[in-house]
Design a protein around this ligand. Structure first.
Ligand SMILES: Cc1cc2nc3c(=O)[nH]c(=O)nc-3n(C[C@H](O)[C@H](O)[C@H](O)COP(=O)(O)O)c2cc1C
Ligand code: SF4
Length: 299
């Protein structure tokens, strides 16, 4: 069970208030929101909420606690110098930007059973217009995660509310994205996506591998989970056999084929997912997560 907080990566209409973030510096190019800068009390409230969520997930039967600090969510925003320009206890240096994550992990470790592993999913590359979490910074943070007793790390990349295609590879879901835009934004949005995005994010098998290998020496005794663009069983075996990672993960292939592991065991060699990204178009339109390869249901 994933524990996360979206921070500024959400709609005002969805949560009934201006989203919160580490700093009020930037209006994002997707929702055009300038988040409210969180107060010290709000930061501490979020830390406690993560600890409670971890406790609940263990009580509910989770085999591990999964803290999401990647993909553009709040913890990603705090550890990124691109989003976090605070100068108090929660910003101003790498140590202070990392502090929220450190406190969450230390408090969770203190609260839950020692035998329950903690996994942190974190970006190895934000790919923001100016440096956020870079592979070098991810390496530094990964060493700190290892020091504070995290058991496993999963490296991902991209910030969804900056450019969601930095989180994935494959076709740009132009039509599906435009459907979610307000009327005034449909024309310029379509033009922008056609001119600057379409065809520029071709599917690439294991696109995080180079950054993963850059960060890997800092992992210490932590286990590593590799994600992003795994489709062929041969490639997954190579990742593990060559020691690039201990585990492999998939997102979209399981949306298409929830019973994929069983199929692999029975001899299937490759997932059916075609990385058309219409499932992401579905999420953008707030539809239930599903494979929409044949198109989104009519509005
Ligand atoms: C519709 C959709 C929803 C996702 N939701 C989450 C999520 O809630 N938490 C998370 O860590 N990753 C989430 N991901 C990202 C995947 O875990 C994975 O990192 C990404 O899709 C790249 O891997 P893939 O090529 O196997 O899809 C989501 C992906 C998709 C397509
Ligand atoms: S809509 Fe289906 S085929 Fe397309 S990327 Fe998503 S899961 Fe894969």
């Amino acid at each position: 069970m994933i524990t996360s907080h979206a921070g500024q990566q959400t709609h005002k209409a969805l949560i009934g208030q201006t989203p919160l973030g580490p700093s009020r510096k930037r209006r994002d190019p997707t929702y055009f929101i300038k988040p409210l800068e969180m107060t010290d009390a709000q930061v501490r409230e979020v830390i406690d909420a993560f600890v409670k969520a971890a406790e609940h997930s263990v009580k509910a039967g989770s085999d591990m606690v999964f803290v999401h600090a990647g993909g553009g969510d709040l913890l990603n925003q705090f550890i990124s110098p691109f989003f976090n320009v605070r100068e108090d206890d929660w910003g101003g240096s790498d140590e202070k930007r990392f502090r929220i994550l450190r406190e969450i992990i230390e408090k969770i470790r203190h609260t839950i059973d020692d035998r329950v592993p903690i996994l942190v999913k974190m970006n190895c590359n934000d790919r923001t217009p100016k440096a956020g979490v870079t592979p070098e910074l991810a390496k530094k943070y990964t060493a700190w995660l290892s020091e504070i007793g995290v058991d496993a790390v999963e490296l991902t990349s991209g910030i969804k509310f900056y450019n969601h295609m930095n989180c994935w590879r494959g076709a740009v879901p132009v039509r599906e994205s435009i459907r979610s835009f307000p009327l005034w934004k449909k024309g310029p949005g379509w033009l922008k996506m056609k001119l600057t995005m379409e065809g520029k994010y071709e599917f690439e098998e294991g696109w995080n591998l180079e950054d993963e290998l850059h960060v890997k020496p800092a992992m210490g005794n932590m286990r590593s989970f590799f994600v992003g663009g795994l489709r062929r069983i041969d490639f997954m075996e190579e990742i593990v056999e060559k020691g690039y990672a201990d585990f492999v993960c998939m997102g979209r292939p399981f949306i298409r084929e929830p019973d994929l592991v069983k199929k692999f065991k029975e001899g299937k060699k490759q997932a059916d997912c075609k990385s058309c990204n219409k499932c992401i178009g579905g999420v953008i339109n707030q539809l239930p997560t599903a494979c929409y390869r044949n198109g989104l249901p009519l509005a």
